[in-house]
Design a protein around this ligand. Structure first.
Ligand code: WT7
Length: 649
């Protein structure tokens, strides 16, 4: 990290104290940090009281065989019981678990905890009828409909680990995941709604299952009513689930019983199956959902806009909120259907008080214009969250001002599929948060920034983010590949978890995430962050979005190449805009960060979870054949970029 680069981000001097009333009534106070520092395991043991254990654990953590952790050793629980039954037993059966909002206008469903108990029990009985046994894997490939949650909880209830595959993935991706975890059953639907039209899902399943003879049955939810091909493995959800008994007695499973496998789009090779287990995962997802969002289960309406096909949906739509007995909004569609104010209309209509989304969405809304959210009453909002990538200060401030009325905390939450739950984040009633910083590790979490040799860096310096202590919701291994688990995460720095992210600590010791390490460039011996340069670019009023990659350069090692989407303010771009932006970056960060070239594009290649695929941009910048585009949300984007550049280069 160059000195100039560091001082640029650290010149961000704005910070926002918690609103006084929120701080006064906050679920968690500063004392939690002291408590956890005094006795970390006692702290987690206390948080575990949030969960109903069928049998108590004997030991909080067994770390005798690192990096293979066991949490809440000897404890037994049923995750679905914790998310559903116990709330009904507590007299909260009539409480709404989900206000489900379909994409077609007026297609809504209200699902209470009692409704969930009924449907999850029937679905569990249906899986049993299909011969699913404890430990068998079930693949779920569904749109954002209530049956997705019901299917996951039914699996959890009978101890069958699920693997949810995002509905936007191809048949290939689905097949490789089904194969890797040897799923016996696939649960899918005829289709889902996307941008006003039915979009088929079943054909991809048919193709994947044709290649995976070990799949015994495919359970099909009827969502759109579109025509489907039918095979002798297929069973309609409504036919098999509706006729089951609504009685199902949940069995208690070991705290370390596998709960799910979630595949991450690894940078190369086959996807990594991240394994999460039951007790520790539920404790940390529930505790963080309660503390980081200051959840008041009795009064808050919570909405996480993620897709359930990603870990954010698992931990913060399903397991965390339901374990806490929260009332959530769940939305099926895209933000621009039928109009670009749809999300804000939902917040207004349901009086959403806690909203959790991703920076990429926020930047899209910035591009669409302030006047769109301004049309809606967003005064119910009291906490805003961000996740998925570093949030640049401009997006943070826009979010706070335009969605949060400039008076609510924004929590920038750092975590990963692997960590299972939030690890580094402000606490909304405690932290004076700085825009662009995830601030500090949560109580009970050990995080550090280290240099190449694994030594902690001093304040004001950059390095690698590591996690120094095992945590309850940590991945336990990679499905079927302990060695890759050790190699990927535990071999870079002895005894520490290597997150793969660059980070720095500012003069106050607060943590700033700088993007994946493979996105940190080395230009003439100076370390530069893609994030930092992108942030500088989008701080210019002519730039809507920017992606920066380090391209191999014969002279400087790597050179900065930027791809930008211009705003209306840029007019038609014009020849001077590139020079203007290069000068702007030089001014913001220093001459060393000035992009060698800036390419104006109309779209950026993104995964379905909204992450920019810099690897593909690097291919373009280095004039190579563009690599594998199968994880792109829209695989035509690269063609558009190449064509656009071809004509101007
Ligand atoms: C990577 C993990 C966590 C659920 C969604 C993504 C980046 C995530 C932040 C943040 C800076 C962030 C990191 C991390 N990331 N949140 N608040 N600030 N970077 O899960 O697909 O497993 O990706 O996302 O680079 O390593 P994922």
């Amino acid at each position: 990290m160059s000195e100039q680069g560091l001082s640029n981000l650290m010149s961000e001097e704005r910070h926002f104290d918690p609103p006084a009333d929120l701080a006064r009534d906050a679920n968690v106070t500063a004392a939690a940090y002291e408590e956890a520092a005094a006795d970390r395991l006692a702290f987690w043991s206390k948080q575990a009281e949030r969960i109903t254990w069928a049998e108590p654990y004997e030991q909080v953590l067994d770390w005798s065989n690192p990096p293979f952790a066991k949490w809440f050793v000897g404890g037994k629980l049923n995750v679905a019981y914790n998310c559903v039954d116990r709330h009904v037993e507590d007299g909260k059966g009539d409480k709404v678990a989900f206000h489900w909002v379909g994409e077609p206008a007026d297609d809504t469903r209200t699902i209470t905890y009692a409704d969930l108990l009924d449907s999850v029990s029937r679905a569990a009985n249906a899986l049993i009828e299909l011969g699913v046994e404890e430990g068998d894997r079930v693949a779920i490939y569904l749109p954002m409909i209530p049956e997705t949650v019901i299917a996951m909880l039914a699996c959890a209830r009978i101890g069958a680990p699920h693997t949810v595959v995002f509905g936007g993935f191809s048949a290939d991706a689905l097949a490789s995941r089904i194969d890797d975890c040897d799923a016996k059953i696939v649960i899918t639907s005829d289709g889902g709604y996307r941008r006003g039209a039915p979009s088929a899902l079943k054909p991809a399943v048919d193709e994947a299952v044709a290649r995976s003879p070990r799949v015994r049955n495919v359970v099909v939810v009827r969502r759109t009513g579109q025509d489907v091909e039918w095979t002798d493995k297929d069973v309609w959800w409504h036919e098999i689930v509706d006729r089951q008994s609504a009685e199902h007695t949940p069995k208690a499973f070991d705290a370390e019983h596998p709960l799910y496998v979630m595949y991450t789009s690894g940078t190369t090779g086959k996807p990594k199956g991240i394994l999460h287990t039951s007790g520790g995962y539920l404790v940390q997802s529930a505790w963080t959902h309660w503390s980081v969002f200051d959840l008041k289960a009795e009064s808050d309406i919570y909405w996480c806009s993620a897709d359930i096909g990603w870990v954010t949906g698992h931990s913060y739509i399903v397991y965390g909120p339901l374990a806490n007995g929260a009332t959530s909004v769940m939305y099926e569609g895209t933000p621009d259907t039928p109009h670009k104010g749809r999300w804000w209309e939902i917040i207004q209509d349901y009086k959403v008080s806690i909203f959790y989304t991703a920076p990429t969405a926020i930047r899209t809304f910035m591009k669409w214009g302030d006047e769109i959210p301004a049309e809606f009453d967003l005064s119910s909002v009291r906490v805003l969250g961000s996740v998925g990538e570093p949030i640049n200060p401009e997006a943070y401030i826009w979010y706070r001002e335009n969605i949060g009325g400039d008076n609510v905390p924004v929590v920038d939450t750092w975590w990963q599929t692997e960590t299972g739950a939030i690890m580094i984040s402000p606490l909304p009633g405690v932290t004076s948060a700085k825009p662009g910083s995830a601030m500090t590790a949560l109580p009970g979490i050990g995080a550090d920034v280290v240099d190449d040799a694994g030594n902690s860096v001093p304040n004001g310096s950059g390095g690698y983010l590591v996690l120094t202590e095992p945590w309850p919701s940590m991945l336990r291994t990679l499905w079927g590949d302990d060695q890759r688990f050790i190699d990927t995460y535990w071999s870079r720095f002895a005894g520490k978890y290597f997150a793969g992210d660059g980070a720095k600590r500012d003069d106050d010791g607060d943590i700033w995430l700088l993007g994946r390490v493979d996105d940190v460039m080395n230009v003439s011996g100076h370390r530069l962050s893609t994030t930092e340069i992108e942030s500088a670019l989008v701080s210019h009023d002519k730039v809507a979005e920017a992606a920066v990659v380090g391209a191999t350069d014969a002279t400087t090692g790597q050179a900065v190449v930027a791809f930008v989407i211009l705003t209306e303010a840029a007019g038609d771009g014009g020849p001077d805009v590139v020079a203007e932006l290069r000068a702007h970056v030089a001014k913001e960060i220093g001459a060393i960060a000035k992009p060698r070239s800036i390419m104006v594009v109309s779209e950026l290649p993104k995964t379905r979870s909204g992450k920019i695929m810099r690897r593909l941009l690097r291919d373009v910048a280095e004039k190579r054949e563009v690599g594998d585009v199968t994880t792109l949300a829209d695989s035509t984007v690269m063609d558009a970029i190449k064509t656009g550049i071809g004509s101007s280069d």
